[in-house]
Design a protein around this ligand. Structure first.
Ligand SMILES: [Mg+2]
Length: 261
């Protein structure tokens, strides 16, 4: 386990000013729990949908571990870039490998290509998920949701062939509800499918399990499309890191940066 457990995203976010303050965040999350409890008691199965990477899971330690390995790999061939990679910490990590390399001071484009390919071969695998940690408060909140009697759906852009086994293990080891009643892990059938297209394709099916009460995602596009599918649900954007050039969030989407209550 990385020593940077629980470290926060240090990069500035364009959504920063929309983030709820801690008391408002606690109230929002508390309301979700209360509504879930009420629905479960009434026998209408409440469904709460969570994305994983950047939402419940902080995968920056996974990126750091790969950069440290890249540093070892480059030690003889590119000693200066190697030293920069070996010095990487979670505070240097944002969205996009090439941007991360630039932030570390690795400037040459041929090194970016090599670094990207090195990262790709490792990041989207079962094995490297052992480096992942929770977004602060995520385990406790997910467990509280599960205890209400709600169905938890982990709806992730990770793919079934390459990452599902590691995801199951990682969720178990971090303490998230998994492998028990009231939890589903939904992965992409193939790596090549774009995440947002996948979520758009399956969004309609989330409602077949019960009433979708709340959705949590770190991509603005996904928060919007899930709200389109379930206009009555509470859509929550988790402001950690997201793909470049995001759309505007719908005004009714709430913004949080942790799950601490
Ligand atoms: Mg995500």
């Amino acid at each position: 386990m990385c020593s940077c457990y629980g470290a926060r995203a240090l990069l500035t976010s364009i959504f920063h000013s929309k983030r709820l303050d801690p008391p408002s965040r606690a109230k929002l999350l508390g309301d979700v729990l209360q509504r879930a409890r009420r629905h479960a008691e009434a026998g209408t199965c409440p469904v709460i949908v969570f994305d994983l990477d950047g939402t419940l899971i902080d995968n920056r330690p996974r990126v750091v571990a790969i950069l440290h390995e890249l540093g070892d790999f480059w030690r003889d061939k590119h000693p200066e870039a190697a030293a920069r990679c070996r010095a990487a910490t979670v505070g240097d990590i944002g969205y996009g490998v090439v941007d991360n390399l630039r932030r570390l001071g690795v400037e040459h484009s041929w090194l970016h290509d090599e670094g990207l390919s090195f990262w790709k071969q490792r990041f989207f695998t079962d094995e490297y998920q052992e480096h992942d940690v929770e977004v602060p408060g995520a385990v406790k909140f997910a467990r509280a949701c599960h205890e209400t009697g709600a169905l938890l759906v982990y709806l992730t852009g990770r793919d079934l062939p390459g990452m599902a086994i590691g995801t199951f293990k990682s969720l178990r080891d971090l303490g998230f509800p998994i492998g028990t009643m009231g939890v589903k892990l939904v992965t992409k059938p193939a790596f090549e499918i774009p995440d947002t297209q996948f979520k758009r394709d399956v969004a309609g099916e989330l409602g077949r399990f019960g009433e979708v009460l709340a959705v949590f995602d770190n991509e603005p596009a996904n928060c919007n499309l899930l709200l389109d599918a379930y206009p009555e649900c509470t859509s929550v954007f988790v402001d950690t890191q997201h793909a470049p050039d995001p759309p505007n969030l719908y005004p009714s989407v709430h913004v949080i940066d942790t799950f601490e209550m």
